[in-house]
Design a protein around this ligand. Structure first.
Ligand code: HAM
Length: 484
């Protein structure tokens, strides 16, 4: 036993041998015998020495979600799932790790997300891989890889999971964050764009967060080139280009559209006179844009046209939008500086660009952490789901054994039971029952075990009633049905 333990590097303590005990059998290593007698731990060669032990901290920009916060997550995940179901989106899960090339080709290798923020590395096979910086590319890959163009269209996906971006951490901006994401594949009707905006709006409204939709239309393959041409001419003229920030100087050659959403003061000033994309939309895109806006008007969804909104990803065409929280400041409303809560748009060329059949598509992603920050910031009360909670308490070991069985029976039968089996004091157990908002407690002590009865204590009034054990279930049902 000792030898096996040593081989497996397990630290064991053994008692000293009693006087007169038999000596070790022949063949047993002498060293081991010595250790047994001295009752010393068997040292492990690979075990870290006490001196070098260190406390680990989470990585910068990464967060732990502890129970106190998880109740907000619960709420947000429930709302996202409920809406996705209501609008008939099917849940999918894709891997967190994908090939690097997937993002180079879809999100765009010159975008900030891919060029500056992506966690990419070479794995043990020598393959270039990346932790997903967004969910859309994986969903597009899955749609193509599983031949979903053969299914009745549109195909509607819902997913919720982590993304990774090596950004400068600050409130609401993390290196690992979660997105609630929906995508519609195979639908070119503007009502699909409206539908995803409606879901975003409903999500926030039902979580009591006031938001405004900012929307733009960035044209299509037909009309955008002419607009880009005009934009480039504008920035070239009058030496404007030299006034751009360093990032924008690069964007000027790689993706001039992105000059419009730079937040640097000098670039903001320059763009004021820049040509606007809506003035260059082809008839189809203009008509399309108007239809989306008409649907929004129809449902009174507050939006504002933002001619500078282009979004930082390569794949969009036509509709792009973002959801911004509205801040209430003493009789004034303004748009938050903390960042968008969500964003999305149409990407009709991406599925084909990624090797699939031509498939119109649009989608949306909402940041879970930013949503939770807003709920907390606004002190939006969480509804406690304490309806019909039954607490089961025990006094003494015999009662505890019985209570464990009762608890399991009731739980399996669908009752909402709670317990504190590890506690001995009845007072402590009843405090716990009050803390969680139990409707009543079932209490079993030595006497009740002997008499085959159980105490039912109403947690509001404190009134206790002794009930014959055989009739307990009927009494529980009566109290739950009465709402007593
Ligand atoms: P996105 O605008 O990059 O779009 O991200 C959507 C939302 O994710 C943001 O509005 C924000 O709430 C949240 N988010 C992004 N990065 C972080 C971060 N570092 N920390 C905390 N929250 C963050 C997309 O990702 C697109 N895939 C959306 C889409 C879906 N377009 C079409 N379909």
């Amino acid at each position: 036993m000792l030898q096996r333990c040593r081989r497996e590097n397990i630290k064991i303590y053994t008692m000293p041998k009693k006087a007169g005990a038999k000596s070790a059998k022949a063949g047993q290593p002498v060293k081991a015998k010595k250790r047994i007698n001295k009752a010393k731990p068997v040292k492990i060669s690979s075990e870290p020495k006490a001196k070098s032990s260190r406390r680990f901290s989470r990585l910068r920009g990464m967060r732990d979600v502890l129970p106190e916060e998880y109740k907000y997550w619960d709420l947000v995940i429930k709302k996202a799932t409920e809406l996705a179901r209501a609008y008939d989106f099917k849940t999918v899960k894709t891997p967190i790790l994908e090939s690097l090339e997937l993002y180079n080709k879809s999100t765009g290798k010159d975008t900030d997300i891919v060029a500056k923020e992506m966690y990419s590395f070479i794995d043990k096979n020598g393959d270039k891989v990346a932790l997903r910086p967004e969910l859309t590319p994986s969903l597009v890959r899955a749609y193509i890889e599983h031949g979903m163009f053969n299914l009745p269209q549109p195909v509607k996906f819902f997913t919720l999971g982590p993304i990774f971006r090596h950004e400068k951490p600050q409130a609401g901006r993390y290196r690992q964050s979660y997105q609630f994401d929906i995508e519609i594949f195979g639908e070119e009707n503007p009502v699909a764009d409206f539908l995803i905006i409606l879901i975003a709006y409903n999500f926030f409204r039902e979580l009591q967060i006031d938001v405004q939709i900012q929307i733009n239309n960035i044209g299509c393959q037909e009309c955008r080139p002419e607009y880009i041409q005009k934009l480039v001419e504008y920035y070239k003229a009058r030496g404007n280009r030299s006034k751009l920030c360093n990032d924008c100087k690069k964007r000027f050659t790689r993706n001039p559209l992105r000059l419009l959403d730079c937040k640097e003061a000098g670039c903001l000033e320059l763009r004021e006179e820049a040509p606007q994309v809506v003035d260059y939309l082809c008839d189809n895109c203009r008509e399309y844009f108007i239809k989306v806006l008409e649907y929004l008007d129809e449902l009174d969804i507050p939006y504002s046209l933002n001619p500078y909104l282009v979004r930082g990803l390569d794949y969009y065409n036509r509709t792009v939008f973002e959801v911004w929280p509205i801040e209430e400041e003493e009789n004034e409303t303004s748009i938050s500086q903390q960042g968008a809560l969500g964003g999305g748009g149409r990407y009709d060329g991406l599925v084909e660009h990624m090797g699939g059949r031509p498939t119109p598509a649009c989608g949306l992603a909402i940041g879970v952490e930013r949503t939770i920050l807003k709920i907390k910031e606004k002190n939006i009360p969480l509804k406690k789901d304490t309806a019909n909670l039954i607490f089961i308490a025990q006094l003494g070991d015999q009662a505890r054994r019985k209570v464990i069985i009762i608890f399991e029976e009731l739980r399996r039968a669908g009752y909402r039971v709670r317990q504190a089996f590890t506690k001995n004091s009845l007072k402590a157990q009843l405090e716990e029952a009050n803390r969680i908002g139990a409707k009543f407690s079932l209490i079993l002590g030595q006497k009740e075990v002997m008499d085959e009865t159980i105490l039912i204590r109403d947690m509001d009034s404190g009134i206790q009633e002794v009930v014959d054990f055989k009739k307990a279930r009927a009494e529980i049902d009566k109290r739950l049905a009465n709402g007593d």
